[in-house]
Design a protein. Sequence first.
Lengths: 188, 188
Amino acid sequence: MARAGLTADRLTQAAADLADEVGFENVTVSALARRFGVKDASLYSHIRNAQDLRVRLAVLALAELADRVAEAIAGRSGKDALVAFASAYRRYAHEHPGRYSAMQMALDPDTAADSAAGKHAEMTRALLRGYDLWEPDQTDAVRLLHSTFHGFVSLERSGAFHSHPRGVEASWLRALDALDSLLRAWPA
Amino acid sequence: MARAGLTADRLTQAAADLADEVGFENVTVSALARRFGVKDASLYSHIRNAQDLRVRLAVLALAELADRVAEAIAGRSGKDALVAFASAYRRYAHEHPGRYSAMQMALDPDTAADSAAGKHAEMTRALLRGYDLWEPDQTDAVRLLHSTFHGFVSLERSGAFHSHPRGVEASWLRALDALDSLLRAWPA
DNA sequence: TAGGCTTACCTAGAGGTCCTAGGCAAATCA
DNA sequence: TGATTTGCCTAGGACCTCTAGGTAAGCCTA
């Protein structure tokens, strides 16, 4: 009876890959067990249940994205940083659709606090240092930026923009221009 | 053997109510059958499968929201229309969380074309008549507005804004102010 | 109003996912 | 080397999805 060497971390990683391949909604305990050549029941020594697995996946994705964004904005400021942040965000969503979907899960407050979710807001704040914004405008701007990035990527992936010939890439660049000029002249 | 009077439309309506009560992901054929006091198998004369049910629900929600928005912006223009549109959108999401989740499903192009999805873009265009925008800026602006509304509501519902004391309502109003001034001075 | 047709709902059953309880063997440690 | 821990197993229950085939309710026509 050879052992597969399962751990919660290896399962979460594999679940993330599975999510990117077959979609987050198709990440099941059974499918994951199949991938390791192991019975379903064997996974329950490592994860509490299916929901726990999905939460771990969401936390993994949040951390990965935070790393990417941190690297992207390092040493940049102003519009440069804005574009780098936004591009890293969007690229991650495109390269890892399953992980990105996982990130949208509503996490309970404790889990969210332990996750990299806070780091996202913190980095957006760092980004805003290139603009002249102070509380509470800063928080409002963080929320607006995050909303726009997430909204755009989410609608793009759901096909909402396919009905019109205008290139999505062009609209994306224009949105970034618009956000930049908005931040530079934040209405009082 | 009394009949329950099932039709695809009545099932879809009930599924929408069920979604708002227990969450879109918990809308199952079994739960719906239970609600009508009928066996699971009986639903399959009216809907093709579970996915078909969810798509019908999404189409219903899109149509309902389109109606609400149309009513909200009727007779308004400029910022007035912008705020009315956005508020109707956000209120619908809050009052009907299950229906709103359903709307986010990726619809295949044919279904999307038959649905009210096009009406949404059309109404956003109508809204922009109060501002001085022409193609392709208009399409870019439609996409930006939709992204921001959807992103904000979606993040708000997933709890992403709860980590900070700043009131969500205040940030929302500021976002609308920002979008208004952005549209008035759309960068060339 | 009786016959036939259509259709709404049924039972039976196969296959999949989630999860618990309890068992045995592999790895680790004394 | 023997004892303990840990990893994966089998067995099995509960629920969801969906198909095939049957029966009875309601409608149409004569």
